[in-house]
Design a protein around this ligand. Structure first.
Ligand code: DGL
Length: 273
């Protein structure tokens, strides 16, 4: 049985899930958060479904061993294969795609744009879910970006890297925003909200949907409903594990503005044959 003082688990292929941690820290500051970023294997978006599901199960196992009371799958790509790994944990699980699609379906718009990894794009999960959830007829245009997540992962705070991010954003988004004129854009990869300022500067006035906001709200509603809120009055701590570079993760956490980072630790990666 889940305990109120157990941490909230958050996982991603890299630092993208920091955008989700940010929203959880804002809405539920008293909760402890346990983060896992699979830095050794990023980007997930160019892998096969089989490999993504196997790597996800490895991280889910880590979270189950540490008895998290809820798990946020802060990776849209993994969220597309949730039915292949969700049964690895016994706590409630929240997917990024499910949250992003629900938020988009509530908007009164005719054309929704989605930018994501290539895997998420090819899966067509976003268009299917948005159209199934929307009460009105809505066109969903989707664009898969092969390099963007990797560029964001390693470019924060570096002017040359950020120039590359912006060039890549223009390459991927110009057509959808300027020609097709979508009414809004779902940031369908958790890395993208980390460069939302750049997207906003390139396309002023384009409404952006960050699934993390909806994920944090759903999590709060679940904890309230199940009586699982941490009873402490002070703020909780964030512990980060990565299969990648510990120093880089500590730096990125600071750059993103995450609070109360108690530790950043290395964890051995899964071996991919
Ligand atoms: N941040 C992840 C997502 O939301 C994946 C990026 C990647 O590893 O390709 O899809």
């Amino acid at each position: 049985m889940s305990h109120t003082t157990a941490p909230i688990g958050v996982l991603d292929s890299g630092i993208g899930g920091f955008s989700v941690v940010k929203q959880v820290q804002k809405l539920l500051p008293e909760e402890d958060i346990l983060y896992f970023g699979d830095g050794a294997h990023i980007p997930y978006g160019n892998h096969s479904e089989e490999t993504i599901a196997a790597m996800a199960r490895y991280m889910f196992g880590f979270m189950e061993e540490r008895k998290v009371k809820a798990l946020l799958v802060a990776c849209n790509t993994i969220s597309c294969v949730l039915d292949r790994c969700g049964d690895t944990v016994s706590c409630p699980v929240f997917g990024a795609v499910q949250a992003g699609a629900a938020a988009a379906a509530r908007l009164e718009v005719a054309q929704v744009g989605v930018i994501s990894t290539v895997f998420t794009h090819n899966s067509r999960v976003y268009p299917r879910k948005i159209q199934a959830l929307s009460p009105r007829k809505v066109v969903v245009l989707s664009c898969g970006c092969p390099d963007l997540a990797r560029l964001v992962e390693h470019s924060l705070g570096d002017p040359a890297g950020m120039a590359q991010v912006e060039e890549n954003l223009r390459q991927e988004l110009d057509h959808m925003v300027l020609e097709d004129k979508v009414d809004c854009c779902v940031l369908g990869c958790t890395h993208y909200p980390l460069v939302a300022d750049s997207i906003q500067r390139l396309y002023p006035g384009l409404p952006l949907i960050d699934p993390a906001v909806e994920m944090a709200r759903s999590l709060k509603a679940c904890l309230d409903r199940e009586g699982l809120n941490n009873p402490r009055t002070g703020p909780g701590a964030l512990t980060i594990y990565t299969t990648g570079d510990v120093a880089e993760y500590a730096l990125r956490a600071r750059q993103v503005g995450l609070e109360r980072v108690a530790a950043v630790e290395f964890y051995p990666p899964m071996e991919i044959r």
